[in-house]
Design a protein around this ligand. Structure first.
Ligand code: GRG
Ligand code: ZN
Length: 317
């Protein structure tokens, strides 16, 4: 946490050091406490570095070896070596390998079998063998298969119908049918529909209005009405607005200032809001949000995949 005046520029060098330093803090309690998040953490850190043009700060071969060590016998990936497989970590694994141009190191068929095994007759997806269903997992499944060029492995039509059944009266989407609209789930549903070319099912004006309403007086965005602003919604909300071609419906300058003021000027990294402690999750979504807002000197990010656009162009065209 920093007490200095609010920064008005992106503190790139400090953020690079913050992300690279995460791997060196193995003796700190927080590191061990978040052990189960590690594959996600590598995706967040690597993507933030790449958007800032500093991907090479991480040792590529070490990262690839770590990712491959997380693959389980059922084809899915755990958060760490020896942890149970889950779609959340499986997507991070594919995203990391795609960004490092190392998909060819993967047994693709095994991953596809894992994703397929989690699809259900109503078009929904469970996250793992224990069966929790959520539109986050639908997004993970479609993003994974799309990055592996294997969308043919599942019933995309049924999946799209399921996503549509999660659409609410306000134009937003929830975690399951009937669940409240939430910006995180909206990213998942709109992103998934965009990946399979089904955006005609979104009421872009109504949802665009709901998303634009998320901006508060301080420029930050919340994830649903009456909630606090948080830097990660700079991603969940803006990415959906970008997919719907409506980022001009919010005040971009004020949101840029809010993200920049959430940087830690001492340790580097970006926090959920000004004055809080930074973490790699909010650092990625702050940097990715700035990229979508057109902040100078950042690589372009693809709003559907939360990955650098050049990687998606290389893989999907
Ligand atoms: C590839 C970027 C990417 C994501 C993979 C896991 C996933 C797919 C998406 C998660 C979407 C999601 C649900 C994001 C919300 C995260 C968040 C800030 C949850 C907090 O929710 P509440 O209800 O907080 O605790 P509020 O802000 O409503 O008070
Ligand atoms: Zn957050």
């Amino acid at each position: 946490m920093s007490s200095e005046a609010s920064p008005t520029e992106l503190l790139r060098e400090l953020h690079v050091q913050f992300i690279v330093g995460l791997d060196k803090r193995k003796d700190e309690f927080e590191y061990w406490a978040s052990e189960h998040l590690r594959l996600n953490g590598v995706y967040w850190g690597l993507t933030a570095l790449d958007l800032m043009n500093r991907k090479d700060e991480l040792a590529k071969e070490d990262v690839i070896d770590f990712v491959l060590s997380c693959q389980q016998d059922n084809g899915g990936f755990g958060g760490m070596t020896d942890h149970d497989a889950h779609l959340l970590y499986t997507l991070s694994a594919i995203q990391i390998l795609a960004t490092l141009d190392a998909i060819d190191r993967l047994d693709v068929e095994k991953v596809v079998e894992f994703v397929k095994s989690l699809s259900r007759p109503d078009g929904s997806f469970a996250g793992d063998e224990w069966g929790e269903v959520d539109t986050r997992f639908t997004y993970c499944a479609l993003s994974c298969l799309s990055l592996l060029n294997r969308l043919d492995a599942v019933d995309v039509k049924k999946t799209v119908e399921y996503i549509d059944s999660c659409r609410n009266f306000d134009g937003g989407y929830g975690s399951v049918p009937g669940a409240e609209s939430h910006a995180g789930q909206i990213f998942c549903c709109v992103g998934a529909l965009a990946i399979v070319n089904s955006l005609h099912l979104v009421d872009a004006d109504q949802l665009g209005w709901w998303l634009a309403e998320r901006q508060l007086k301080n420029g930050g965005l919340n994830g649903r009405p009456e909630k606090l602003e948080d830097v990660c919604y700079s991603w969940w909300v803006i990415s959906a607005l970008a997919i719907l071609d409506r980022t001009h419906w919010i005040n971009k300058q004020k949101l840029t200032e809010f993200i920049l003021s959430s940087q830690d000027t001492e340790t580097g990294g970006i926090a959920d809001r000004p004055g809080d402690y930074p973490d790699v999750f909010h650092t990625l979504f702050g940097v990715a949000g700035l990229s979508l807002l057109g902040y100078e000197g950042l690589k372009a990010v693809d709003p559907r995949y939360c990955m650098p656009r050049y990687v998606i162009e290389r893989i999907i065209g």
